[in-house]
Design a protein around this ligand. Structure first.
Ligand code: UDX
Length: 435
């Protein structure tokens, strides 16, 4: 099939590349000339495991091309995916400027039937607004479909190629049939394509992300309570997770969820509730608790250093909001850095992928090291903000040798408390005994 993807951010790029992988002819459109040039020369502009291999293969096969020319893209695709940014407005709602802007261009330009697919996470009612905007400018037949994505960063290619479900929101049989044909190769395993109306599809995405954010937040509160009463959240987590109604996943407490989706989507759903005169009480709590959770280790650090962090050097492992990505949007590490610097400490950080992004954002506010152990030279404490695999089994003797004080503040519960006790390392984690 002939596919056009407008917007080559994270979602657009993965969508375009994976759709080319099943033999479709895909044109990706972006207004950023440099980025388009970069992609034309075969360079993937984001870090995402496995994407580079598919990218190269499909470019070579001539199935995946890039352009800045929207009209060329609109001529090409029978199905036009909109994978445009929906940034957070000041009031927390999703800004639809880009989506509706392109909808207008589509209306002004198309001359034959197109299926316009909302792939971006957009508030309930956006498909209607896209439809109305296009219809204002054309009498050509078209359909608008809501087809939310559920890709996790770091697993996006796998999630796209083997989705647990595909959600299609549409009221047009013609569009539904086209979408089903497009996605058929991805659900050979028998996973469902769930067809519903546009609004329900739009809400499914927000409800899924908000539910997961609430699940994590619930565990973070349980963890904080465990510390008060001397329980161990690791035991509680295992005890709960084996109940299949609860499930093992997304029960890991830590220093809060971050990234480009959860924080934005929870706030956007909360705000759209307000706009509809509906108060999402649970989401207000999720937002508040997660804000506090990002710096929940700070009082522990302050109390360890008896309230005086001035001139202390903190080694920081992990800057990305989660492992296997270079994304630092809403990363808890950045909130910790702010607090540490405000308290007079110096920070030397290491992250396997995210350092260039942090350098661009923080300039010389913090120092960077070439490796995880290099951060420790002359440091007074080690702080862990992201659970990269490389941090899971470190050489504890090396850590003790290098640190001025053998102390670890672990925001991701990477180590066994007993092992830290045996190692004579002071160890502060989330929802477990401090040793
Ligand atoms: C998420 C959704 O999973 C995906 O379906 C959606 O389309 C986009 O948003 P992503 O942001 O890539 O994906 O990350 P995810 O792996 O879901 O983790 C989100 C955040 O939750 C991270 O900050 C992670 O550290 C945190 N998290 C996750 C926890 O704190 N505990 C957990 O148990 C799981």
């Amino acid at each position: 099939m002939k596919i056009t993807v407008v917007g080559t951010g994270y979602v657009g790029l993965v969508t375009g590349t994976c759709l080319a992988e099943t033999g479709n002819e895909v044109i990706c459109v972006d207004i950023d000339e440099n980025k388009v040039k970069q992609m034309q020369s075969g360079e993937v502009p984001i870090y995402e495991p496995h994407l580079d291999v598919l990218f190269e293969r499909n470019i070579k096969a001539g199935r995946l091309t890039f352009t800045t020319d929207l009209h060329k893209g609109l001529d090409h695709g029978e199905i036009i995916f909109l994978a445009l940014p929906t940034p957070e407005d000041e009031d927390g709602s999703a800004d639809l400027r880009y989506v509706l802007g392109v909808a207008k261009d589509i209306g002004e330009y198309i001359t034959d039937y197109k299926v316009i697919v909302d792939k971006s996470t957009v508030p309930v009612g956006t498909a209607d607004r896209v439809r109305e905007t296009i219809a204002e400018y054309t009498s050509t037949e078209f359909d608008v479909v809501s087809n939310p994505e559920f890709l996790r960063e770091g697993f996006a290619v796998d999630d796209f190629l083997k989705p647990e479900r595909i959600v299609i929101g549409s009221s047009s049989e013609r569009a539904i049939e086209l979408m089903k044909r497009l996605y058929k190769p991805f659900v050979r395993s028998g996973n469902p394509i769930i067809v519903m109306d546009e609004k329900s599809a739009e809400l499914t995405k927000y409800a899924s992300n908000s539910f997961l954010a609430a699940k994590i937040t619930f565990m973070n509160e349980i963890a904080n309570y465990c510390e008060k009463v001397g329980a161990d959240v690791d035991h509680v987590r295992r005890g709960m997770g084996t109940d299949s109604r609860i499930g093992k996943r997304f029960l890991f407490p830590g220093i809060g969820y971050g990234g480009s989706c959860f924080p934005k989507d929870v706030k956007a759903l909360h705000k759209s509730g307000k706009d509809a005169n509906f108060e999402f009480k649970i989401l207000s709590s999720v937002i508040d608790i997660n804000n506090d959770q990002k710096t929940v280790l700070m009082p522990k650090i302050e109390s360890y250093f008896k309230g005086n962090l001035s001139g202390k050097k903190i080694a920081l492992w992990g800057l990305a909001f989660k492992p296997e990505t270079d994304d630092i949007r809403e990363a808890p590490s950045l909130y910790m850095v702010d607090k540490l610097i405000a308290a007079g400490a110096n920070v030397t950080a290491f992250d396997p992928e995210a350092m260039p992004n942090v350098k661009r954002k923080l300039k010389d506010k913090i120092d960077f090291a070439n490796g995880m152990y290099e951060t420790l030279d002359g440091a007074d404490a080690l702080l862990i903000c992201t659970e990269w695999s490389i941090f899971r089994t470190p050489d504890f003797n090396k850590i003790k040798e290098k640190l001025n004080n053998p102390v670890i503040f672990d925001g991701r519960n990477l180590y066994d408390v007993e092992e830290m006790q045996d190692q004579n390392i002071s160890y502060y984690s989330i929802g477990r005994k401090t040793v």
